[in-house]
Write a protein that binds this ligand. Sequence first.
Ligand SMILES: Cc1cc2nc3c(=O)[nH]c(=O)nc-3n(C[C@H](O)[C@H](O)[C@H](O)COP(=O)(O)O)c2cc1C
Length: 143
Amino acid sequence: MPSGALHRIAYMSTAIGVLRAEELDRIYLRAQAANAGAGITGLLLFYEGVFLQVLEGPPAGVTSLLERIRRDRRHSGLIVLESGPAEERSFGGSPMNFVSARKLSAGEKKAFSELRQAVAARGASSGLDLSGLLAAFGAVRTA
Ligand SMILES: Cc1cc2nc3c(=O)[nH]c(=O)nc-3n(C[C@H](O)[C@H](O)[C@H](O)COP(=O)(O)O)c2cc1C
C-alpha cells in the first residue's frame, strides 16, 4: 500500500453499564465482518469496563468508522489517543483482534492500567506513548 494511504486511529472509551459477554461478542463479530470488507484491521481490548481500540486502513474508511463507533450508545467518553498516517499495519493479520479481560496477561493488564491513568491525569494529547503497548499486542496476538 503506498505511504499516505494508511491511517491509524487509537481511542479509549468507557462501557455504559455492565456489558455482557454476548454483547461483546456481537460487537466483535460485527467488527470482524464489516472491517474485513472495508480493508480495516485493528485491535479491540476490553478491561475493567474500558475499551481501547486501534483502527487502521484507508483514511476515509477509518474516519467514518470512528464516527459510527462514536455514536454507539454502548459506550461513552471516547478519547482519541492517536490519529495519523501510518507506515505499515501493526495488526495486518486480523480485521479486528478482540482480547477480553480474561485473556490479558498480568503485564498487559498493567500496561493498560498505566495508560488509563496517564490519560486520566494528562489527557490524550500530551505525549502518550502507545507504541510499547501496541507493539506487544501486535507481536503477540497476530503471530
Ligand atoms: C467499543 C466498540 C467498538 C466497535 N468497533 C467496531 C468496528 O471495529 N467495526 C464496526 O463495523 N463496528 C464496530 N462497532 C459497532 C458500531 O459502533 C456500530 O454499532 C456498527 O458498526 C453498526 O452500525 P450501524 O448500526 O450504523 O450500521 C463497535 C462498537 C463499540 C461499542
